[in-house]
Design a protein around this ligand. Structure first.
Ligand SMILES: [Zn+2]
Length: 58
């Protein structure tokens, strides 16, 4: 399973349909061939990718 973000191969499975990329430190899930990327927030919660930066910009 390659990372949808960086295309790297250093990914690990962390749950059913859930993976972690060691290259860019994001998690992503695959449901019905739809990939959703998450990143870890400062509080340890998973945020949809891009929202953390948007929140910091405020
Ligand atoms: Zn990656």
């Amino acid at each position: 399973m390659n990372c949808p973000l960086c295309g790297g191969k250093f990914t690990g499975k962390v749950g059913s349909n859930q993976y972690f990329c060691w290259e860019c430190c994001v998690e992503f899930t695959i449901n019905n061939n739809k990939v959703v990327i998450y990143e870890l927030g400062d509080d340890g919660n998973l945020l949809p990718y891009g929202e953390k930066k948007a929140a910091e910009g405020r």
